[in-house]
Each structure stands twice: as structure tokens, then as C-alpha cells.
Design a binder for this molecule. Structure first.
Ligand code: 5AD
Ligand code: FES
Length: 364
């Protein structure tokens, strides 16, 4: 079948997705043109900002790819004070970013649950209820998710990392703390609790094939997620997966594959929110803008106080770690315009998909 016809089919299957991920030359151009067209038709040109607060790099888990894994003793651990977190949220609010994302290493304890609950209430208060809040705090109990929802969080990001069980096992320790089924259940719980649930995967992992990635896209579709954030895997020298660095796709190809994943996902799930991952920018200074051009509609500018950014190094060459939040803002304004976008200042920018999903559940 001709490529152009293939990518315009109503029902896309695995072979179609693999073809998209392998597209080169003219086909690659057609893919990006189609995904840009679909983006504009279904979610418009607006790009929504979520001020990202990376509030702590203390993590109880030991993922083989991650620079802040528990066993990495070379990391200076930090934990922002409540005041610092609230100041970062106030900054995001003053910049008229519609939402913040609170992200940190994974900790599960009653004290942690309570701390986040109180912070959520205070962030709501300082913004007169107007800031949207996304959490990205890993696997937690249903009760914890529920308390955080009731305190004001309405979106949650939990990347599945890969939807393939075997690959999941290869990139995580094999113990009860790194269990694929548990992660899957958490994502389901979040969705059932009424959160806008977001997931994502890393692209270009060792042992990963385009078939795996096509399955990841089908997983996102069958799970019916509202948001996706996915980016290239970038090796970190203090992690076990670094041993496989010679088996990876060259970094430029990993970047390109990530763009093709975003384009294919936009064609597959037309009305969801897709974030332009920061890892794209670590490879190409204009990485996030390129993603916006071909399908992404969310950017998460870092609003973490500059002093701590170097320590939140999940991967190497993480961008903007030496900048202060103002520098980030000024450069972003100009850059989004270059990518044919407009910024949805002061808007939550909820996913259109979520609204439709909720409407369907109400009708049932
Ligand atoms: N390269 C790219 N992304 C990474 N993450 C963690 N380590 C890496 C890495 N080495 C991503 C994971 C996690 C998110 C917070 O950061 O997907 O869910
Ligand atoms: Fe912290 Fe994976 S190392 S969640």
C-alpha cells in the first residue's frame, strides 16, 4: 500500500505504525506533514505550559537507566523546603503558566503523603484556585492518590517506560518494587479516580525494537490515556544500563525516532495532550520546538530554583540546568512562535480527549 494512504487509514495497526517509525526521506516528510495537519485540526495551534518543579531527587527505587537511582552514591541529594516549592509555584503563577507539575523521586510513606497533600492545598490557595496541578510522584496506594486528588491534583503522570514485560524486566531490578503489573495497576487506578492520566515510554533503549515501540503506541491507545510524555533514552554513566551504550542507536537517530513516535501517536490518538519532553532538548537545542511542530502541544518549562537543577540529573547533558527560570521563559516565548505555535497563557489546557472520555462515562 502507498505510504500516504497507509497513514490516513481509519484503523491503524502494528505494521502501519512500524512503517511510520521506519519512514525515511519522502515518507518521513509525509508523516510529519500529516501529523502536523492532524494536530492543528484536532487540538489547534496552542501550546500549554506546565511549570515543572523538580522538588527532590531522593528516590527509593533503582531503575537501571536513571541517574538519581537509589544506588547512585555520587549524587548530591536535595529536598526543597515547602517554602521553596511554594515560591516556585508562585513564580509559575505570576508568569501566567496555567499549571505546575510537581515531580520528584519516588517515596511512599504516610509523612510524604501528608506533605504533598498540604502542599497541594497551599498551591491552590496561593493561586486563588486557578493553577492546575499535575503530579509525577510514582507508584502510590489508591488511598494516597485519592487524598491528593481531593487536595487539588487533577492530572498524574506515570510513565509505563515500556509496555513490554520482558523489556521492562531488563531495565529494572527484578523485585517487588519494580513490578510491571503494579505499575499498570497504578495507572488504571489513577484513571478510575478521575485523574487525567498520562503515561509514556523511553525511546531508543537498549534491546528495544521498532516493534516494541509500535506496541507501546497501541498500548497507549487501548489504555485510552489522556496525555503522553515520551522522549529519547539518554545514557547516564553512573547507571547499570551504561554498559550497553555501544548497542544504542546513534543519538541523532534516537532523536529522530522520538519525533516519529510523537508524529505516529498524534495520528493514532488525535485529541490527546502530547508533551515535548525535555530529553529532546538535551540532544538538540531546538528539540522541543521540533516536537511542537509535528504534534506535541505541551511544554514543561523548568521552574525549579536554579541552584538545584544540576542535581536532578536523570540523564546526561540535561538542558537549562545552569539557567534561572526567567531565562527559560524568554527563550521559550520566541521559540514557540518559530514552531508555528501560540502559547495558551493562563489556561489549564486540559486534554480534549479527557473531556470526551468524561462525557462518555456520564452517558453510560
Ligand atoms: N533517559 C531518558 N529518560 C529518562 N528517565 C529516567 N532516566 C532516563 C534516561 N536515562 C525518564 C523516565 C521517568 C522520567 C521522570 O524520566 O521515563 O519516568
Ligand atoms: Fe527513581 Fe526509577 S530510579 S523511580
Amino acid at each position: 500500500m502507498k505510504f500516504e494512504k497507509r497513514i490516513r487509514q481509519a484503523q491503524l495497526g502494528k505494521t502501519d505504525l512500524v512503517a511510520m517509525l521506519n519512514a525515511t526521506g519522502e515518507e518521513r516528510t509525509l508523516l510529519f506533514r500529516e501529523s502536523a495537519r492532524i494536530k492543528e485540526a484536532h487540538v489547534g495551534r496552542k501550546v500549554y505550559f506546565r511549570g515543572l518543579i523538580e522538588f527532590s531527587n531522593i528516590c527509593s527505587k533503582d531503575c537501571y537507566y536513571c541517574g538519581i537511582r537509589k544506588s547512585n552514591k555520587t549524587v548530591a541529594r536535595y529536598n526543597l523546603s515547602d517554602e521553596e516549592i511554594l515560591r516556585a509555584a508562585t513564580y509559575a503563577h505570576e508568569q501566567n503558566y496555567g499549571s505546575v507539575v510537581i515531580q520528584g523521586g519516588e517515596i511512599a510513606s504516610p509523612a510524604f503523603t501528608l506533605r504533598i497533600e498540604n502542599l497541594l492545598k497551599q498551591i491552590k490557595q496561593l493561586s486563588g484556585n486557578s493553577l492546575g496541578i499535575t503530579l509525577s510522584l510514582g507508584e502510590q496506594s489508591p488511598e494516597t492518590y485519592e487524598r491528593w486528588r481531593d487536595a487539588g491534583a487533577h492530572r498524574y503522570l506515570l510513565r509505563i517506560e515500556t509496555s513490554d514485560r520482558e523489556l521492562y524486566k531488563k531495565i529494572h531490578p527484578e523485585d517487588a518494587h519494580h513490578d510491571f503489573d503494579k505499575r499498570y495497576e497504578c495507572l488504571r487506578t489513577l484513571q478510575e479516580l478521575g485523574y487525567q492520566a498520562g503515561t509514556g515510554v523511553m525511546i531508543g533503549l537498549p534491546f528495544q525494537t521498532t516493534e516494541h515501540l509500535a506496541d507501546d503506541l497501541l498500548f497507549m491507545q487501548s489504555f485510552d490515556v489522556d496525555m503522553v510524555g515520551m522522549g529519547p533514552y539518554i545514557e547516564h554513566h553512573d547507571t547499570p544500563l551504561y554498559a550497553f551504550r555501544n548497542e544504542l542507536l546513534p543519538i541523532g537517530e534516537r532523536f529522530d525516532l522520538a519525533l516519529k513516535m510523537i508524529a505516529a501517536l498524534r495520528i493514532l490518538m488525535k485529541d490527546i495532550n502530547i508533551a515535548a519532553a525535555t530529553a529532546l532538548q538535551a540532544i538538540d537545542p531546538l528539540g522541543r520546538e521540533k516536537a511542537v511542530k509535528i504534534g506535541a502541544n505541551v511544554i514543561m518549562p523548568n521552574v525549579t530554583p536554579g541552584l538545584f537543577r544540576n542535581d536532578y540529573a536523570l540523564y546526561e547533558n540535561k538542558p537549562c540546568t545552569d539557567e534561572n527560570p526567567d531565562d527559560c521563559k524568554n527563550c521559550l516565548d520566541a521559540r514557540i512562535q518559530l514552531a508555528d505555535g501560540e502559547i495558551g497563557y493562563g489556561e489549564w489546557g486540559d486534554s480534549v480527549h479527557y473531556a470526551r472520555r468524561m462525557e462518555r462515562t456520564r452517558q453510560l
